[in-house]
Design a protein around this ligand. Sequence first.
Ligand SMILES: Nc1ncnc2c1ncn2[C@@H]1O[C@H](COP(=O)(O)OP(=O)(O)OP(=O)(O)O)[C@@H](O)[C@H]1O
Ligand SMILES: [Mg+2]
Ligand SMILES: [Mg+2]
Length: 535
Amino acid sequence: ANKSQSLCHIGNSNFIIRTTWTTGCKHQHQLNTQIESLPQMVGVVGLEIHAQIHSKSKLFSGSHVSFSDPPNSLVSHFDASLPGTLPVLNRRCVEAAVLTGLALNCTINKKSLFDRKHYFYADMPAGYQITQQRLPIAVNGTLSYSHFEGRKRNHVVTKSVKIKQIQLEQDSGKSLHDDERSQTLIDLNRAGVGLMELVMEPEMCCGEEAGAAVRELQLILQALGTCQANMAEGQLRVDANVSVHHPGEPLGVRTEVKNINSVRHLAKAIDYEIQRQMEVLQSGGTVLNETRAFDSKSGITIPMRDKEGLQDYRFMPEPNLPPLFVYESEASVPAGADSTQLVLIDRLSSQLPELPSVTRTRLVETYGILREHSFTLVNEDGLVDYFESVVKMTKTEPRKVIGWVMNELMGNLNLQNLKVSQSPVSPCALAEMINLVRSGHISSSTAKKVFQEMWKTPEKTVEQIVKEQDLWMINDKEELRQICQRIVDSHSEEVQIIRGGNKKVLNKLMGEIQKETKGKTNPLQVKAILEEMIF
Ligand SMILES: Nc1ncnc2c1ncn2[C@@H]1O[C@H](COP(=O)(O)OP(=O)(O)OP(=O)(O)O)[C@@H](O)[C@H]1O
Ligand SMILES: [Mg+2]
Ligand SMILES: [Mg+2]
């Protein structure tokens, strides 16, 4: 197996047990020894992703974009396809596509074209969708993504997938099926909302890779602000094209899996589909070029009624829209044109924010934190800012701050399914607590208790909590000596053992002191006093 194949593996362990085929994954080696004679097949995955453009108004009309308004309240004459209406291109949508293209290392086409793609669907009153079939706005990009391997899942593997193109197109309306009255109702609020369709090359091999790629894309789009990218809300819709073949041979027939509403489901759907196709071929059948739906309850894919091959989209140039031109810079704008109305690539380039991969590297280099922690920080909305504000407000090393953020903060947030912005403990309060540990006013074990109290009673200050619960560190030498003396006196057997050379038993005495003082002592200080008394 080549390198990329050997690094790839399927998340579903059932898969390995149930099938004699593999998908070019690291488990392959194991299986080869059992079934030497069988040829190996691998999975091939290519994603098509529809990303709803985050814009106030639609792609070709001034109607507002909102998903909480009453049905059919955001529909202009153009959105309803009334005769005589014409499209007017929304500059913000073009800028979003260019920004996204730049962030994904695409070549931006200075000239792109709009086409009509015909469907007959009730939620598309024009009978066609305006898209960019012949000449899309951006081409030839790449998306780098990482996932974790190894038993502890702490070995980062970085891969990349080519992006064939990004095209601008319209969203359709929504059909709402009312089973009780057996009727279908149409809501056109979504009709005409701008979409970016990203088409990836078929270069991935399993659900885990595809999942990691989509997660990275989500983070990039959110950093750019070009799409909110919530899959459950349909802002990012991923269709997975899946086939299997023998490496070195032409690609197999693909199926297209739809209805996937989370990254986890995407990975499951793909792995299921790879396995299904292998089993079909293994038992002498053929894979049909069809559209299938993922059913998240049962974890399987099922054929949808419309068959791909039967579709004839009757593509034709959109006669009501001229070619779309974007310009490199002010200098390339034609004489007399108002450059404030034009899309300039260099202006957008300068607006590109820090992208997630750059943020991660910066966090590792600036703060000396672990790479896997940089992934967690970037993954949670608002967590990088939270961490950096705490670091700014305390003199403690960032490597210690990250411990509190990962364990105490994230642990509690996850337990209650809260977002970072909903944390009852503010960065400022956490910094105050960490500062008390640093200055020796509370011990780190006490601090864990204090944090839990802060979580429960955010209205109280850290000092209030420490005072009320009497958690200040015992720093008084004489008081500490008395406590140590008591423990030494009541543990004469252990003391003998320690004197006999077994220093490990010292830990037991220290534990006793921790217990007696409810963790309010500095272990180093206690150790020094005990050693002084015993030796
Ligand atoms: N043999 C294959 N196995 C897996 N994926 C494939 C294979 N061949 C093509 N693909 C993927 O299928 C997708 C094709 O998308 P594209 O938009 O070009 O065409 P389409 O699916 O026919 O059109 P539509 O936009 O109507 O769905 C790409 O993401 C590509 O990577
Ligand atoms: Mg497509
Ligand atoms: Mg498709």
